[in-house]
Design a protein around this ligand. Sequence first.
Ligand code: ATP
Ligand code: MG
Length: 552
Amino acid sequence: MSDEKSLNFIEEIISQDLAAGKYKSILTRFPPEPNGYLHIGHAKSISLNFGLAEKFGGATNLRFDDTNPVTEDTEYVESIKADLKWLGFNWIKECYASDYFDQLYAFAVQLIEKGLAYVDDSTAEEIAQQKGTPTVPGTGNAYRNRSIQENLELFAAMKAGQFGDGEKVLRAKIDLASPNMHMRDPLLYRIKKVHHHRTGDKWCIYPMYDFAHGQSDSIENITHSICTLEFIPHRALYDWCIEQLGIFPSKQYEFARLNMTYTVMSKRKLLQLVQEGHVQGWDDPRMPTISGMRRRGYTAESIRDFCDRIGIAKRENYIDLSLLEFCVREHLNKIAQRRMVVTDPIKLVITNYDQDEELLHSENNPEDPNGGTRPVPFSKELWIQKDDFMEEPTKKYFRLGPGLSVRLKSAYIIECEGFDKDDAGNVTTVYAKYFPESKSGSDTSGIHVKGTLHWVSAKHAIPVELNEYDRLFNVEDPSNAEGDFKSYVNPHSLHSVTLAWGEPALLTDALESRFQFLRKGYFYQDINSSKDKLVFNRTVTLKDTWAKEQKK
Ligand code: ATP
Ligand code: MG
């Protein structure tokens, strides 16, 4: 983020706080719940939290918000850490809300002692009923008048496992008539006799989000606790708990969550896609997860760039998926190695080429002056794209057809002399002569052509497999479309080209290389690729073809 840019509203608050001497330095946190893999929405929150700390010379904690033992797992903890590192962010401390369970319990006891919390035996339905509605005040119940002593004993008994799940809860005693429903005696603790991925079976009562989050912020001395807009109504409770406990005054600020077209952005929904086999896993390259994007070939730089460009807003909106793809293309154009791969091939025979073969050189990246070149073998028989040849060329067809000339990329100019067809009428072989003096780099032929084709020498060609991806959903907003969001999964979101011919450099290229296959798109080697069977994922097309296709 450049310094000249005007400050966004959170940066504005932070710079005022620092100027007023409220804090010596700022501390933010990224608080994922380890119940799924990180997605692009989390990347937004990450880049915001870590970005603010970077900008203002502060630091960021990674805090696992692991207060809901039912859905959480260490697999997710590990994946979250790996994704953060890959994105290029470093946290100063790795924290777990579960490490604060003792402290949080002590805080709850303090509230009880102050007459600000009570044990309620009502069922969830009764509590909901007694809460009233935004226009009708709630009604209390007899449990609300329990003595401090009784509450202390019952809460201790809850902790000791003397009651079953749902038999009792601990509630804050605030205001049953508050216009903010979250202040109508919110739940602080519930009984859940389940194993926790870190604390094992030590606890059978677990704090609710509203009692864990703010207090965890405070325990860590977080100065600016940034969350998404749906937490605005929780802010009063966040402040209330901190004030009543007299602990470090962390402050909550809200921004609009990232929503993106043609995707869903909730771990719960992404989990369904995985569990029901709509995709092959959390890291399926079609998934909006960081691991899926990484496997597809998106770069961390382009994801960070995207997050910076969209900025932060105070109102919900939708960001077009094509903006993310634009950022990916921009970066890959600068760094990708150019290679030639022919899909849907036909044979091209150079009739007057009498040498056995020769090594030509082709530049790796015209955008990078230091990108160097690679050797590309050329011989009498080549593979070219079937659709680069037309039996009866139309007027503006600048590719190959009887009598037409083109340049073969980094090689020679050729002129088509004829072609063969099989019994079914398909063109099988194209014949052309080449002009030896037209060699790229030392062309003295004086011949001008409009089209340049990519090609691969047939005897040097290596088979490769390509996975071409399209939008995972075929509607812009699957979450809000009628019916089950999964019914909008695009059945053509994966197209596998099982045989394409690639140039031999691909065999020796580094695994992590980014490629532009000329005239095809940007590609990245899949994790299941091997020297015996090279598999590439199409990261993104060369141009935004989606908008055009939609209009067809
Ligand atoms: P999900 O609904 O996908 O499970 P969540 O908000 O429950 O999302 P958390 O693990 O609790 O997921 O989120 C960690 C942090 O990331 C939170 O601070 C949350 O506000 C933020 N976050 C999650 N989704 C988005 C999003 N789409 N845009 C911006 N921030 C997000
Ligand atoms: Mg959450």
